[in-house]
Design a protein around this ligand. Structure first.
Ligand SMILES: Cc1cc2nc3c(=O)[nH]c(=O)nc-3n(C[C@H](O)[C@H](O)[C@H](O)COP(=O)(O)OP(=O)(O)OC[C@H]3O[C@@H](n4cnc5c(N)ncnc54)[C@H](O)[C@@H]3O)c2cc1C
Length: 402
């Protein structure tokens, strides 16, 4: 390992790995470190916008995925439903379902991270001294122009060491857990995804291989019961909650449980440090946007770092970058939090209002286009749409800092 580089990236999850991929084969020297704790498997719905970004780095085709061509949104026990199709947006698919591990390994095969752990940093007059502990317990200091924290939600532990950390994050416990599993139904998926809002919480069925990936949000007590229930009992409960649109649920495997909370960073940890992905924000999975937002963080950071008009040595680099990302982040966080609370079992009985919202999405073209574009591209639809090509060949300069 060199002891003086342009950038140190802490974290080899999909966001840190994507940042490393975007910076490979460039003039910048990069040290990428991952502590090697494998993330827990979960299905990830990649948006069309993420597909464009991943294709730009030649990695999308190496990720096994199942396309989503139709999304069907409904609520249990009240009127209202909305259907969106890829066709109406002129796209091959609205999104793609992949496994967390599959995305990670497709990236790390191209840019394998060093095995180690960032344990702290200290600002210097021209950059940052990053403390790295390698696999054998050997500690070293790497001097860098910028430290990129892509260490996931666990990054809180690293930031806990920094003075003022207590005020750095806003958090909200949703008092819900997501039960994640692979399920099969009597009727096959036909590349259709279902999001169903139920009195217990949102339930998503995403087409995945020859079955569905299930993400079912319920109270922590219900999650304990469901996680431990016999397969037969679990499938019956799922059928009761979802209904018979897909016939009976006939098989379940790989059940896991995730506590759900919102956590986002209010202010930057240091002048020479930026946070991206879950290190900056972790969201409720109701809209499936956490990684999509993190990939945009990584992409836009790389564009800023590679812009000849922007100097990494500028003392305001990190602050300007965080400011630049603020709109996209705020909109994703706000919309996801609104959905999580309005459509959760803790909301007052808003059934008719939710039904009216679903109806508006279904019948009012401007509303569905606005929402659709936001889900496909985040808050920068026009700039992302300009990247649209079959082979993802157009590279657009999308960052103007300041
Ligand atoms: C149930 C569920 C369903 C979801 N569904 C979707 C979805 O459909 N679509 C979507 O876009 N998002 C989804 N998400 C969110 C998505 O999983 C996360 O946003 C994404 O995994 C974050 O990636 P990351 O690289 O930022 O962090 P992580 O995946 O947490 O990776 C962090 C990495 O950093 C390493 N690390 C930690 N500390 C250090 C250190 N000090 N030094 C070096 N390395 C370190 C860890 O070992 C790890 O490898 C879902 C989340 C859940 C819980």
């Amino acid at each position: 390992m060199s002891t003086s580089v342009d950038v140190v990236i802490a974290g080899g999850g999909p966001v840190g790995a994507f940042a490393a991929l975007c910076l490979r084969n460039t003039a910048l020297s990069v040290v990428h470190v991952d502590s090697g704790k494998p993330g827990t498997e979960r299905p990830i719905a990649l948006s069309h916008g993420s597909r464009l970004l991943l294709a730009e780095c030649d990695v999308f085709d190496r990720i096994a995925n199942t396309p989503i061509r139709t999304i069907h949104v409904s609520q249990r026990g009240a009127f209202g439903r909305a259907v969106m199709t890829a066709e109406e947006f002129g796209l091959p698919a609205l999104g793609y379902v992949a496994d967390y591990g599959g995305i990670r390994s497709a990236m790390s095969k191209t840019v394998p991270p060093h095995s180690g752990r960032v344990t702290g940093w200290a600002a210097t007059s021209d950059g940052v001294d990053v403390q790295v502990c390698d696999r054998d317990g050997l500690a070293r200091i790497i001097h860098a122009g910028l430290l990129v924290l892509a260490d996931g939600t666990a990054g809180a532990a690293l930031l806990d060491e920094v003075p003022g950390s207590a005020d750095r994050f806003v958090t909200r416990d949703y008092l819900q857990c997501a039960i994640v599993a692979q399920v099969r139904t009597e009727i096959s998926h036909g590349n259709r995804a279902y999001e169903r809002f139920t009195p217990d919480g949102p339930l998503a069925l995403l087409p995945n291989g020859d079955g569905f990936a299930l993400v079912w949000c319920v109270s922590p007590d219900a999650a304990s019961d469901l996680a431990e229930a016999e397969d037969k009992t679990f499938l019956a409960s799922l059928g009761m909650c979802f209904g018979l649109r897909l016939g009976k649920f006939v098989e379940v495997s790989g059940r896991r449980r995730f506590p759900l909370s919102l956590r986002f960073m209010k202010n930057n940890p240091d002048a020479r440090v930026v946070s991206i992905g879950n290190a900056a924000q972790s969201l409720h999975p109701v809209a499936g946007q956490g990684l999509n937002l993190g990939l945009r963080d990584a992409w836009e950071l790389a564009q800023a770092l590679l812009d000849p008009e922007i100097s990494i040595a500028h003392p305001d680099f990190a602050k300007s970058f965080m400011r630049h990302r603020a709109t996209d982040r705020r909109m994703e966080i706000g919309l996801t939090d609104l959905l999580a609370r309005t459509f959760s079992r803790f909301a007052p009985p808003l059934g008719p209002l939710r039904g009216a919202a679903l109806l508006a999405i279904d019948v009012l073209p401007p509303v569905r286009r606005l929402l659709g574009n936001f889900m496909l591209h985040g808050s920068r639809p026009n700039r992302m749409a300009a990247m649209e090509t079959d082979a993802g060949a157009v590279r657009e300069k999308i960052v103007t800092l300041g």
